[in-house]
Design a protein around this ligand. Structure first.
Ligand SMILES: O=C(O)CCCCN(CCc1ccccc1OCc1ccc(-c2ccc(Oc3ccccc3)cc2)cc1)Cc1ccc(C(=O)O)cc1
Length: 183
């Protein structure tokens, strides 16, 4: 995973809970890195250790941490220089979700070490769609719920996300019912 993800976790914790709490989380995660270099590749396990340690230190479940992080990521990356790229990926929540693989392909051209998940939309209705999420990574599914909620905020759209299929149940992807209503 690119360091931008770990840096975003650090910034979210520091913004919301302060530097001291972040130091405690890094210590508990046994992460020695002083800083995360956005363009460096880091083992996925480091990110999982940060989420686990944050869950213990903050007294929140890993799922709550990942959902909050997914929501934070949308605004954070828009502010960290990827806003234009995201603007090009759609003017509405359903459009953006349909273009998410193209967005990752564009990022991957500049940053070849990117190993993005794949997203596919199906059963498109006026106010709902099914979102399929496939990834080489385990355990980040709750982040997707937060990401979709973050897109609801970005597109000023009421959104409701419920997981309908899980890889844990032997499906080859996670599937979410996304209901949305532009405000
Ligand atoms: O892998 C999984 O199973 C779950 C992780 C899902 C995280 N994605 C979120 C995708 C997303 C969903 C909804 C709305 C916005 C989203 O992301 C927009 C986006 C995607 C990628 C980047 C990005 C940009 C540069 C990166 O790396 C850098 C950073 C600085 C300098 C050089 C490279 C890494 C990711 C920025 C915004 C983004 C992503 C982040 C990192 C990676 C990766 O390191 O492979 C792959 C994908």
């Amino acid at each position: 995973m690119y360091g931008l993800v770990n840096k975003a976790i650090q910034d979210m914790v520091c913004d919301r809970f302060g530097e001291e709490t972040w130091k405690e989380i890094k210590q508990k995660a046994e992460v020695a890195e002083e800083v995360f270099i956005s363009m460096e590749g880091y083992p996925d396990d480091l990110t999982h250790k940060l989420v686990k340690a944050a869950s213990l230190v903050l007294g929140l479940s890993s799922s709550e941490i990942m959902q909050a992080f997914g929501e934070f990521w949308v605004q954070y990356t828009a502010e960290e220089g990827y806003g234009e790229m995201m603007d090009m990926s759609g003017d509405t929540l359903p459009e953006f979700l349909e273009n998410l693989d193209n967005l990752h392909a564009r990022v991957g051209i500049s940053f070849p070490k990117l190993t993005p998940p794949s997203f596919e939309c199906s059963e498109m209705e006026e106010d709902s769609l099914s979102l399929h999420y496939r990834s080489t990574r385990e355990g980040l599914t709750p982040m997707i719920i937060g990401l979709v909620k973050g897109l609801g905020t970005r597109f000023d759209t009421e959104v409701d996300v419920t997981q309908t299929h899980s890889r844990d149940e032997g499906n080859d992807d996670d599937k979410f019912l996304v209901k949305y209503k532009p405000k």
